[in-house]
Design a binder for this molecule. Structure first.
Ligand SMILES: [Zn+2]
Length: 384
């Protein structure tokens, strides 16, 4: 049994002063205030007297980092990226594909499934818990940097091929609901437990509604690669922003959407349905220059990732997204943390993540009061 203590702890729904978390075998045994817990006898106590404990961050949309791209990375390269992610407080993530040739996608899915199923020995790293398929069922008009020649009309046959290659590890899929047969694929994916997310889409209001009716329940990088909001033709954004059954994520780097739009999305979705993602690429944590994003080479300059005149992912880290959400939209640290941990864990359908309570996995972040990461605890192990 190990005990970690802090000045404050956000479960995140409750605030506990003089917080303590008891950990055993990678799980949380008890959470409470230090005074309320039995005195430590033979238990190791690690104290962070000035800090805040919050649930580990969960990034459901990330393409790479530390120089590695998830479409190509070997097991040991992925591991290096995961060590890097842990330093930003990310304890769980969904490696996210980009649209590429079918063979490249299938081999990437096999490799990622291997990484999920046969974890390396090193425990001090973020864990890949499932795969996010971003493409190939995307709108040609709203494809962003996804190569047009590799976009494919939705079909259950292709979806099943991708599913088989991933050995059922696809947990999230971004799809344009207006495409022919999209509803069938959405329904099938939802039936297999995939969180279907609408995005890279030119859908009008009714097409977006039909996608949600078919089983979609999330929206990918709200406002980016979506039909613009118009007061007489509200389109997909009208539905995403007003439907209370739909969760939505946003890239809060100050580049993909204006800070004021982060505020707008937060107000529309509320504390429960607002999710922070990074959409980070291999260039994250690296000097500026040229980096891979799946099949394309991206130019990184002044914090912007560009390809062919379009934004191509970000170099955002999750701890910065948390601080930006506070700065851009006036969230409290507690609310911003919920958007980076609890809400994405719920979107991912992972009940033992994103919350500090007895029985949950012992994944949490040690933050300074200003939101800087001091340390991360993953499966009960301290990593600094
Ligand atoms: Zn992306």
């Amino acid at each position: 049994m190990t005990v970690f203590t802090s000045k404050t702890l956000y479960t995140p729904f409750q605030t506990i002063h003089d917080g303590a978390i008891e950990v055993e075998d990678g799980r949380i045994v008890r959470v409470g205030s230090r005074d309320g817990l039995p005195k430590p006898s033979n238990r190791a106590v690690t104290s962070f007297p000035d800090c805040v404990f919050v649930p580990g961050f969960f990034d459901v949309h990330i393409h790479g980092g530390a120089g590695y791209d998830v479409m190509r990375a070997s097991g040991s390269e992925l591991e290096s990226m995961e060590v890097f992610l842990l330093r930003q407080g990310v304890t769980s993530y969904f490696p996210t594909t980009v649209t590429a040739g079918l063979d490249d996608t299938l081999s990437a899915l096999e490799r990622l499934a291997n990484a999920i199923e046969n974890p390396p020995r090193n425990q001090k790293r973020a864990r890949p818990l499932g795969i996010h398929l971003e493409g190939p069922f995307l709108s040609y008009r709203k494809r962003g940097v996804h190569p047009p020649e590799n976009l494919v009309p939705p079909s259950i046959a292709i979806f099943d091929k991708l599913w088989q290659a991933s050995r059922g590890q696809v947990r999230m899929m971004t799809i344009a609901p207006e495409l022919e047969c999209a509803e069938e694929v959405i329904a099938e994916a939802a039936k297999r437990g995939v969180c279907v997310s609408i995005g890279h889409s030119d859908a009008d209001l009714n097409q977006a509604r039909r996608g949600i009716k078919a089983g979609a329940r999330h929206a990918t990088h709200t406002f980016n690669a979506m039909r613009a909001l118009d007061h007489r033709d509200p389109g997909i954004l009208g539905e995403v922003l007003t439907n209370r059954e739909v969760t939505a994520d946003v890239i809060a780097d100050g580049i993909h959407v204006d800070p004021r739009v982060v505020d707008l999305v937060y107000r529309a979705k509320g504390a429960e349905n607002f999710v922070l993602i990074t959409d980070a690429i291999s260039a994250t944590g690296m000097p500026e220059g040229r980096y891979r994003l799946g099949p394309v080479e991206v130019e990184v300059n002044n914090g912007r990732c560009m390809y062919g005149g379009n934004l191509a992912g970000s170099v955002l880290t999750m701890d910065r997204a948390v601080r930006n959400a506070m700065k851009f939209a006036g969230l409290t640290l507690q609310q911003a943390v919920q958007a980076a941990s609890t809400n994405p864990a719920r979107v991912a359908g992972m009940r033992s993540k994103g919350i500090l309570e007895a029985g949950a996995d012992a994944d949490f972040v040690v933050l300074a009061p200003d939101g800087e990461v001091r340390a991360t605890i993953i499966a009960g192990e301290l990593a600094q």
